[in-house]
Design a protein around this ligand. Structure first.
Ligand SMILES: Nc1ncnc2c1ncn2[C@@H]1O[C@H](COP(=O)(O)OP(=O)(O)O)[C@@H](O)[C@H]1O
Ligand SMILES: [Mg+2]
Length: 412
């Protein structure tokens, strides 16, 4: 544990009133315990809806020397919501989180929390708790001391600290573990303790930087649910950084998709999944077919041997434009084709991959590589249509399920 991190964690707790609760708890499905007083506090908080967003980020830019890590970030985060910053490694997620925390001050731009300009405030004067990817617990301190770390700087009696720590341990599903040392805990347990430490001072906002990334898949999935339940019950405004789209889709109220230091799209998981604003977002979230073609004079996109009609192609593209047409594998239609007027094709199943709850088929038109498609078929559909490798079948690409963007295979 380096000194800088120690200061960051210690810094969160200055000048704040403790929020001690009675020990009565309600157990959540996931395993965390919510002290009843905390729920009350969360509910009463949400009543006074602020006119301004809880957190306002305005034109934030961050440069490291000549390198621009964040460019013109403007974003509103509402009270009580769970926001995920999602994007590939190096796109600026951590940098933005650290700017919000005041750990790396932005080069230009302003940040307001509950209407207060915190742009130049040191971390100690901001109101957040933070959890990092690597557990960052103090290895030479017990769980109790780790959690109490931020509390001891205050004028708070030993007894009150002990009861607050036990309450937090119950909150994260680890009652009675206070005397253990971090080395005796699993990764998942260490992150629970880190979370308890971040929540110890009842901060107004929770910042999580890839908190689940270092855990193995099963624990990660379990903690995902528990963390979401906890966040919802406490009503605490939360920003979670992740590069894992599944994590973002399953947990976030809204997702901020980032690319190269910029915001690419902001929306609910369904909006981002259903209506990606760019081929980049479409590619980053979920599985997607990309069919590269060119607008013909008749208003269709010619992709290899497929001629694809779009709903409002004429408004978007000119004849000769390079266009990429996107469709999700689960949106390739096989049933009820009589109701679909356009984009019906005879294709063959070249490969089938059995994936447990569904099959992923690779389809093509007489071996045409340009018009190759991945389609996800339910087991029922496979059985009803007797689909197997080599089967010829009719599929439709419903126009309502198509997205089209300007661009060719080189990705522009
Ligand atoms: N202290 C720093 N000095 C120089 N470059 C940095 C520093 N911190 C981050 N960067 C660069 O800024 C970019 C964004 O980093 P980061 O926010 O950590 O990405 P992410 O969290 O999305 O993986 C990366 O290219 C990274 O190398
Ligand atoms: Mg990061």
């Amino acid at each position: 544990m380096d000194e800088a991190l120690r200061r960051q964690i210690g810094a969160q707790v200055k000048n704040r009133t403790l929020d001690l609760k009675p020990p009565a708890c309600a157990k959540l499905a996931g395993g965390f315990f919510i002290p009843s007083g905390v729920i009350m506090a969360a509910r009463s908080k949400t009543k006074s809806a602020p006119k301004r967003a809880f957190l306002e980020i305005r034109d934030v830019t961050k440069k490291f020397g000549d390198f621009t890590a964040l460019e013109d970030i403007t974003l509103d985060i509402h009270e009580g919501e769970l926001i995920c910053f999602l994007g590939p490694s190096g796109c600026g997620k951590t940098t933005l989180l650290r700017a919000i925390a005041g750990l790396d001050v932005q080069t230009t731009g302003r940040i307001y929390q509950k209407g207060r300009d915190i742009s130049d405030a040191p971390p100690a004067d901001r109101d957040f708790g933070i959890v990092f990817q690597s557990y960052a617990l103090f290895p030479n301190m017990t769980v109790t001391k780790n959690i109490a770390y931020g509390l001891v700087n205050r004028r708070m009696g030993r007894k009150a600290i002990a009861s607050r720590v036990e309450e937090l341990l119950e909150l994260v599903g680890m009652p009675g573990s206070g005397d253990k040392y971090p080395a005796a805990l699993s990764g998942g347990q260490q992150q629970r303790v880190a979370l308890a430490r971040a929540l110890a001072t009842s901060p107004g906002m929770l910042l999580l930087d890839e908190p689940l990334s270092a855990l193995d898949a099963k624990v990660r999935e379990q903690l995902r649910h528990e963390l979401k339940d906890l966040q919802r019950s406490l009503g605490i405004t939360t920003i979670m950084v992740t590069h894992d789209q599944e994590e973002a889709l399953s947990m976030a109220d809204r997702i901020v998709v980032m690319s190269d230091g910029r915001i690419e799209q902001v929306g609910t998981p369904i909006e981002i999944y259903r209506d990606p604003i760019s081929a980049y977002v479409a590619d980053f979230i979920g599985s997607m077919n990309f069919l590269y073609g060119r607008m013909d004079a008749g208003g269709h996109v010619q992709v290899g041997r497929l001629k694809i009609a779009l709903d409002d192609a004429a408004n978007q593209f000119a004849t000769g434009d390079d266009v990429v047409v996107c469709i999700r594998p689960e949106d390739v239609a096989v049933r009820d084709l009589a109701q679909i007027k356009t984009n019906k094709y005879a294709m063959s199943i070249r490969e089938v991959e059995f994936l447990g709850s569904f099959c992923r088929a690779t389809l093509d038109v007489d071996g045409d590589k340009d018009a190759e498609l991945i389609a996800d078929f339910s087991i029922n559909l496979m059985r009803d249509f007797k689909l197997t490798r080599g089967t010829r079948l009719k599929v439709a690409l419903p126009t309502t399920r198509l997205q089209a963007f300007r661009g060719d295979k080189r990705g522009e």
